[in-house]
Design a protein around this ligand. Structure first.
Ligand SMILES: Nc1ncnc2c1ncn2[C@@H]1O[C@H](COP(=O)(O)OP(=O)(O)OP(=O)(O)O)[C@@H](O)[C@H]1O
Length: 323
């Protein structure tokens, strides 16, 4: 009859620290193993390796492996805007890249269910999502982060006309994908204040919200509405970002202000929310975004504003300002 010590000895050394308990009874061995920090994809190979190794011990007929997947502490940050077209998806993609570059383990969720664009922004237009045991496996990008998007589930160019419960269901699938050891999920919300936002706030309790606006008054009125929605739901506001703040002429480098100047910073001050920074309107940002090479991943001047905003968001999270 094999002893517990024989069984422990047979477990490959790299897994011994994960062993939580060993039970031996009538030729059946039960191992309880901590699978925390391993992605779901690693579970089956780990189980098979342990079964094979322990199965070689004399007197062992059956090896049962119970994997405990502790849930990593993961914070959710939503990025919203009062209206469409202000650059919310561009900002979310580049913030995710900048945070990953700064060493954060980041996942990106494209919850802009009616107009998903993260596949294009990440240069993964043809990527499709796979599922294991009905859990989606996020798609690995070249930029040090994984993402999921509605755009990966529906046919390209197909309009999505869903009612509330279907939207909630789709959102749940994206949020509950196999995020492995990601510590931060950045969520690109649809513009406005509809079903997705409400489901998000009720079901997934974000640690914080970032609101994007262009500097002109009309956009700021809408941004104020988005801020109001978050504060009503007790979601802390990490800050306001001013996008398309000043146009940098690609010919002469001079800056003009087609949408006005400093409006979001003033609005943030008036509303008592942090101002996270501004991103200029440049041809390079638009071209890089369309080409699927997020400017934040490069070393050009376009990366700097995103890195600065990401650092402020990181400080806000580190200071424990999120819930
Ligand atoms: N700072 C910027 N400089 C230049 N172009 C930008 C900038 N920010 C965004 N854009 C461009 O503006 C367009 C709209 O941006 P984006 O899709 O990110 O906006 P959105 O608010 O997410 O829109 P939607 O409401 O469709 O989700 C895109 O073509 C994008 O490349």
């Amino acid at each position: 009859m094999s002893s517990e010590a024989d069984i422990r000895e047979a477990v490959p050394p790299e897994f011994r620290e994960r062993l939580r308990s060993v039970r031996v009874a009538d030729g059946t061995v039960t191992l309880v193993v901590d699978a925390g920090g391993l992605g779901r994809t690693a579970h089956e190979p780990l189980r098979r390796e342990l079964q094979a190794a322990v199965g070689t011990v004399q007197g062992v007929d059956t090896v049962r492996v119970a994997l405990m997947a502790e849930k990593p502490q993961r914070q959710v940050i939503v990025v919203g805007s009062g209206k469409g077209g202000v650059g919310k998806s561009t900002l979310t993609a580049n913030l995710a890249v900048a945070l990953a570059r700064a060493g954060r383990r980041v996942g990106l969720v494209d919850a802009d269910i009616y107009g998903p664009s993260q596949s294009v922004l990440m240069g993964e237009e043809d990527s499709r999502l796979e599922a294991r045991d009905k859990v989606l496996i996020p798609h690995e990008t070249r930029y040090g982060l994984c993402f999921v998007s509605m755009g990966q589930l529906v046919e390209k160019g197909r309009a999505i006309a869903w009612r509330g419960p279907m939207v909630g269901n789709a959102l749940g699938q994206l949020m509950n994908a196999d995020w492995g050891d990601a510590e931060l999920l950045l969520v690109d919300l649809p513009p406005g204040t509809g079903d997705v936002q409400l489901t998000m706030m009720q079901k997934f309790r974000p640690a914080g919200a970032v609101v994007v606006s262009t500097p002109q008054d009309l956009a700021l009125i809408d941004a104020t509405r988005a801020l109001d929605l978050f504060s009503q739901a007790d979601i802390p506001v990490a800050g306001l970002v001013e996008n398309m703040a000043g146009f940098v002429c690609p010919e002469c480098g001079a800056t003009s202000h087609p949408f006005g100047e400093g409006g979001a910073q003033d609005a943030a001050r008036d509303l008592g929310v942090p101002f996270l920074g501004r991103v200029p309107l440049t041809m390079a940002i638009r071209e890089a975004s369309d080409a699927g090479t997020p400017p934040a991943a490069g070393d050009g001047p376009e990366a700097a504003p995103f890195a600065a905003i990401a650092a402020r968001l990181d400080d806000w999270l580190t200071a424990g300002a999120g819930t």
